[in-house]
Design a protein around this ligand. Structure first.
Ligand SMILES: Nc1ncnc2c1ncn2[C@@H]1O[C@H](COP(=O)(O)OP(=O)(O)OP(=O)(O)O)[C@@H](O)[C@H]1O
Length: 383
């Protein structure tokens, strides 16, 4: 795969070490009569969605969900239609009122916020980009983008200047004076994105923003998100039902089914170590070599010679990239991190990953195999 949002994480820290922006714990959203009794009753929480519906008339759109969104990560919420993605993300800023559980942003209790605090949360701290743009039809592109700043009370000259800079940033330069009706779907979505960015929110929430776009424009917009993330490192929560999109954009993915998170992990963990048959079926057709990294495939070097020769690859290089390096060199490759050889991969190791016969990725447990070779400094740039 080409450049992805994941490449943007600084090499010196891991996502797991960053502080959470959103912390969600035991969250429930139940629709239906006397919804509040459902999360509190173990007999009801144990029911399947169909049983719960027939017994109580309730739907648990979000059922006992817990996760952190960490600073600077792209956190993807993925699942089929009706799995609870939109409800979950709307609960984060209480566009939908949760039934039970806790939500904090930077440690502040979202469920305890009053109306004005909530308004500030949605306007300044966690801006949403919607699928249907939500643009004001009678306003120009520039004024649509400036709208959030106007609401914040920023003066006209300053907000227009800031809006113009953001319009240029999302590739809409020259279209400032058009109205939404004079734009393509992709351009309109860029305006929606620019409007959310203009208020400089701590978190951007995307609700399936690209699902109405045709595939090429959709890919453009995905690249745009990757680029913005790379340039700004902004925290993003991204809803999608599209697995390719999730794998491309997500640092971590929460895979939902019937309101529950069935697996939460990196793309590599989800593809390499599916938590159950449902996830396995979901990721069955993913080209593993484009998602799994050489960390999954590497093994200790068997000799000093093997540890000291062969092309160098980064630990985060995909198996596909390593196959190319190994094929070109005709030898095994060394997995190099900061001048240290972590292990080696040869053609057979790499093929076993493609075939799905390799053991689960080491990243699934957060542990990497220990390097077997003492520091073997290199001046080469790893692939
Ligand atoms: N206002 C509501 N009243 C009753 N049930 C609701 C309501 N909103 C959502 N639901 C139900 O909650 C479940 C989750 O819906 P939600 O819209 O969150 O799913 P989703 O994964 O975002 O789906 P999609 O991808 O189709 O948007 C569904 O079963 C839906 O029918």
């Amino acid at each position: 795969m080409s450049s992805t949002a994941k490449d943007t994480a600084p090499a010196t820290d891991t996502v797991a070490e960053r502080p959470p922006v959103f912390s969600v714990d035991g969250l429930w959203k139940v629709f239906g009569p006397k919804a509040a009794r459902v999360p509190a009753d173990p007999e009801l929480t144990a029911l399947s969605p169909a049983e719960l519906r027939s017994r109580t008339g309730c739907t648990a759109a979000v059922a006992d969900v817990s996760f952190d969104v960490r600073k600077g990560e792209v956190f993807v919420v993925m699942g089929l239609s009706g799995s609870g993605k939109s409800t979950l993300v709307r609960c984060l800023t209480r566009l939908i009122e949760p039934t039970a559980g806790s939500i904090a942003i930077d440690g502040e209790d979202v469920r305890a916020m009053d109306k004005s605090r909530l308004r500030a949360l949605r306007r300044h701290r966690a801006a949403m980009v919607f699928q249907h743009f939500g643009l004001l039809p009678h306003r120009t592109v520039l004024d649509n983008v400036a709208y959030g700043l106007e609401v914040q009370g920023m003066g006209r000259a300053e907000r227009r200047e800031r809006a113009a800079a953001i319009v240029a940033k999302v590739g809409l330069e020259g279209l400032e004076q058009r109205r939404p009706g004079q734009l393509s779907g992709g351009q309109r979505q860029r305006v929606g994105l620019a409007r959310a960015l203009a208020v400089d929110p701590e978190v951007l929430l995307f609700d399936e923003p690209f699902s109405a776009l045709d595939p090429l424009i959709r890919r453009d917009m995905q690249e745009e998100v990757v680029r913005l993330h790379r340039e700004e490192g902004r925290t993003m929560v991204f809803i999608t039902h599209d697995l390719q999109e999730a794998l491309k954009l997500g640092d971590r993915i929460a895979l939902m089914r019937d309101g529950r998170v069935v697996q939460l992990g990196t793309p590599e963990e989800i593809v390499g170590s599916p938590a159950d048959d449902y996830v396995r079926e979901f990721v069955r057709d993913v080209p593993r070599e484009q998602v799994l990294t050489v960390r999954t495939a590497m093994r200790p070097a068997t000799s000093a010679d093997e540890a000291g020769t062969g092309p160098a690859v980064r630990p985060g290089a995909t198996v596909s990239e390593a196959i190319e390096a190994v094929a070109r060199a005709g030898t095994s490759a060394r997995v190099m991190d900061d001048g240290r050889c972590l292990g080696v991969v040869d053609a057979a190791d790499l093929l076993s990953v493609v075939a799905g016969t390799a053991t689960a990725p080491a990243t699934a447990t957060g542990k990497h195999r220990e390097p077997t070779t003492p520091d073997a400094p290199t001046t080469e740039e790893p692939v």
